[in-house]
Design a protein around this ligand. Structure first.
Ligand SMILES: [Mn+2]
Length: 500
């Protein structure tokens, strides 16, 4: 059915073995990079299979697809207003899923009946060749991408006019001129696209695995370089520097690099505060590989020595993670797994005296959301918060309101498991003002933990046949983490490559 085979399983497992080590040495990066490049020449991004996946899901919603086609446009290069500087290019993800192409200004077309996939390239702009070089020819593009034909944009009209319905994601400046032939934002089409992207194939998992391996090394680099990290900016710089060195030009999202009480702000991206006088660091950062994302969080003590409070919070979060990781398998409810994390938190808070009262009443009151306000995890793929999770941000249960994945787990889903405990003065204040929650909080005990700010541990997980596989290789063992930090601290500043 495929024009080219997917990865040969023996080749894949060979590569998987080599990438699973989080050995922090430049030789291992280089050999991994050349291995993944070799994979690229062996197998193409499985765009045809992806189009067939979309067809399969569309068939369950639209009975007669005989005169239907799919037409999705990629993004184009855009300039900032009043400037000739281009915005950073990020390919449209539905387009990429169906084409595997990063060429700006392209379109992908799929005749559902004939199962023919056509890539349309933008016309050559000869004025631009001097600046940007010669674009890929249709012949080279045909060899590179898993499509049946490659044509130029001038052929699009001939295709679109033949069909009663050309389903598209949205009308954009790139495809506005064809808007008369396009049906945008069809609910069934988005349903089919999202269901297709929900389950990752071997090729996609190999990309996610590579993004995770780069991310492991970059986190290790951050933990190992405390002598040159005195401001949150240095943490950010260290992570991005090591990602780019490994071939990951783009981050999956803006890194969250915080120290001390800043760790209590969930999406803190200022990343510019001094680390002097602080105790803890939280870094949530992930590299991207061929548009596939990693999303990993690690926490460590700046001095290399855990304080009693920091370690207790850390161990509690780690228990929330290990208890929930155990439950991940096909057929399991992610709602239930998420609520299990709340239950672990409540048990430990009662044990330590941060909460008082009856554990079932505490659970019902949702007071635990003052300390663990976000969801346990989300789908991961071409987007960091990947499509198809069916969140309900109006859920009356505050414990479930921010859970981005509300589905039964299936083999091939990739998701994050990222419990956290935070001491956000704002959220604690809100809970203390609510008599239904305040009665369970022992404020004097909670106050002792505020300097920690927050702890989150986040790993990237594939749902397998019988359970799960953790793509994240970097340790989360608090003693091993402390050792990595201490080993770095023992080095002189001049050991590190830094010019300022
Ligand atoms: Mn995440």
């Amino acid at each position: 059915m495929l024009s080219l085979p997917l990865l040969d399983s023996s080749e894949l497992s060979k590569w998987q073995k080599s990438s699973s080590s989080s050995n922090f040495s430049s030789t291992s990066h280089n050999s991994e990079n050349s291995m993944i490049r070799a994979l690229h020449t062996m197998a193409k991004y499985p765009a045809r299979q992806h189009a067939l996946n979309v067809k399969k899901h569309l068939q369950t919603k639209i009975k007669d697809l005989s005169n239907h086609a799919i037409f999705v446009s990629g993004y184009t290069n855009e300039h900032y207003l009043y400037s000739d500087t281009a915005k950073p290019f990020r390919q449209e993800r539905y387009f990429y899923y169906l084409s595997g192409s990063n060429i700006p200004g392209s379109h992908i077309f799929f005749d559902i009946n004939k199962e023919e996939l056509v890539l349309f390239l933008p016309e050559i702009d000869y004025d631009d060749v001097m600046w940007s070089g010669m674009p890929l020819s249709p012949e080279d593009a045909h060899a590179k991408y898993d499509v049946d034909k490659v044509l130029y944009e001038s052929d699009i009209d001939n295709y679109l006019t033949k069909y009663d319905t050309n389903l598209t994601t949205h009308i954009s400046p790139v495809n506005k001129k064809y808007s008369n032939f396009l049906r945008q934002s069809d609910k069934n089409f988005f349903y089919a696209l999202d269901e297709a992207r929900l389950i990752k194939d071997e090729y996609e998992i190999s990309m996610l695995r590579k993004a995770a391996a780069i991310t492991d090394n970059s986190h290790t680099a951050v933990m190992s370089a405390l002598p040159i990290e005195t401001n949150e900016t240095h943490i950010h710089a260290e992570f991005v520097y090591h990602s780019i060195r490994q071939g990951s030009k783009h981050q999956a999202y803006d890194p969250i690099c915080c120290s001390g009480p800043n760790c209590g702000t969930l999406h803190y991206v200022k990343n510019d505060d001094t680390m002097e006088g602080k105790h803890s660091v939280l870094i949530d950062a992930g590299a991207e590989w061929e548009n596939y994302c990693a999303d990993v969080t690690r926490c460590f003590p700046i001095s290399g020595e855990w304080t009693e409070e920091h370690l207790w919070v850390y161990e509690t979060v780690r228990l929330m993670q290990s208890e929930t990781l155990k439950m991940i398998k096909p057929g399991a409810s992610w709602d239930e797994i998420h609520l299990k994390a709340h239950k672990v938190l409540i048990d430990k808070f009662l044990e330590k005296g941060l909460f008082k009262g009856d554990k079932d009443e505490i659970f019902e009151s949702s007071v635990s959301t003052a300390f663990f306000p976000h969801g346990l995890g989300h789908l991961l793929g071409l987007d960091t918060h990947d499509v198809g999770g069916h969140p309900n941000y109006n859920d009356p249960d505050p414990k479930l309101r921010y859970l981005r994945l509300r589905r039964t787990l299936q083999k091939g889903m990739v998701l994050t498991d990222e419990p956290g405990i935070y001491f956000s003065p704002y959220l604690i204040e809100l809970a203390l003002k609510d008599p239904k929650q305040a009665k369970f909080i022992q404020k004097d005990v909670v106050d002792k933990f505020k300097y920690v700010g927050g702890v989150r541990i986040e790993d990237d997980i594939v749902v397998t046949e019988n359970g799960s596989e953790n793509l994240t290789g970097i340790t989360s063992d608090p003693h091993e983490v402390a050792k990595i930090v201490q080993k770095g601290l023992a080095k002189d500043k001049s050991f590190f490559h830094n010019v300022v």
